[in-house]
Write a protein that binds this ligand. Structure first.
Ligand SMILES: Nc1ncnc2c1ncn2[C@@H]1O[C@H](COP(=O)(O)OP(=O)(O)OP(=O)(O)O)[C@@H](O)[C@H]1O
Length: 281
């Protein structure tokens, strides 16, 4: 099968520093794929390799079926990038910021209007860049990144430093772009974001992928033997081990009609990352 992103045995060294080691990533068209890891794990380096801004020290880096570094023009024309250094011109209006970018790709004014409508900035099209809130700036950068209808969108920490309400708005936008067919590769160290948004995630630690899969599969794989029990006459949750003794207790509570509910405890992605690496995010 052809993958829209295909990294095989990728290494990236900066002098002595090994930033990425044997990284393998295969992403199918239509996925939202989350690349998760703490600061310094190698997330930005990976995005730079996938977008032709860096050359790998060794290994294969293919995007849209082509080797990235040798086909930069093709890649540039077919992907969108949102990173924290995208830059918005403070003295230009929302509209003029878009026009400046549209000219690079020879894009019509109708398309600019359509995209501004989509990200909810149409009303603010005359507002200067410097007068936009953080969330509006992020939406403007997203609008710019998808202006040329890229098949694949790279987002480096798309909601870092945004408040929960604005984060939710960005998530909605990303889901709707994905529903229209855009494949999304995003980096984050926000595990809750990844859990909600991504079809699959990879955990990156010290330049290596330590786990990869669907959030729901990972939570099942690393399920602990902890059980939470709630009794009718007690509002506090009881945390018990899944063992025969607990079974006997539960049977007894059932007979006495004391049992309200029993839950197995699914670990969060955050907990799984901690289990695997000993590191918090
Ligand atoms: N140009 C460079 N020269 C030397 N070392 C670099 C360079 N770029 C990145 N590194 C190192 O490579 C490692 C991975 O960096 P990278 O920026 O990819 O991490 P990250 O996961 O994106 O972190 P953050 O979440 O803080 O952005 C770090 O140890 C970093 O110091």
């Amino acid at each position: 099968m052809n993958h829209i992103v295909d990294m095989e045995k990728v290494r990236k060294n900066f002098d002595e520093k090994e930033a990425l080691r044997d990284v393998n990533v295969k992403i199918e068209e239509g996925e939202i794929f989350g690349f998760l890891g703490p600061s310094g794990a190698g997330k930005t380096t990976t995005i730079k390799l996938l977008t032709g801004q860096l050359l790998p020290s060794s290994g294969k880096v293919n995007v849209l079926g082509k080797e990235v570094y040798a086909n930069k023009k093709f890649i540039f024309d077919n992907i969108g990038i949102l990173s924290d250094n995208s830059g918005i011109y403070d003295r230009l209006s929302v509209w003029d910021n878009m026009v400046l970018f549209a000219e690079l790709y020879d894009i019509s004014k109708e398309r600019i209007a359509e995209v501004l409508e989509k990200v909810g900035l149409h009303e603010a099209k005359k507002t200067e860049g410097r007068k936009l809130s953080k969330g509006m700036k992020q939406r403007l950068m997203l609008a710019r990144a998808v202006l040329h209808k890229p098949k694949l969108l790279f987002l480096d920490e798309p909601t870092a430093a945004l408040d929960p309400g604005t984060t939710l708005e960005i998530h909605k936008l990303l889901k709707s772009l994905n529903a229209e067919g855009t494949t999304i590769f995003l980096t984050t160290h926000n595990m809750v974001e990844a859990d909600k948004l991504c079809h699959r995630v990879a955990f990156l630690n010290n330049g290596e992928i330590v786990e990869c899969g669907k959030p729901s599969d990972l939570k099942l794989k690393y399920i602990t033997d902890d059980i939470t029990v709630i009794l009718n006459d007690n509002t506090e949750k009881l945390h018990l081990k899944n063992c025969p003794k607990t079974g006997e207790k539960i049977m007894q509570w059932m007979k006495e009609k004391k049992l309200r509910s029993v839950h197995s405890e699914e670990p969060t992605l955050e907990k799984i990352f901690l289990m695997l690496t000993g590191r918090e995010l």
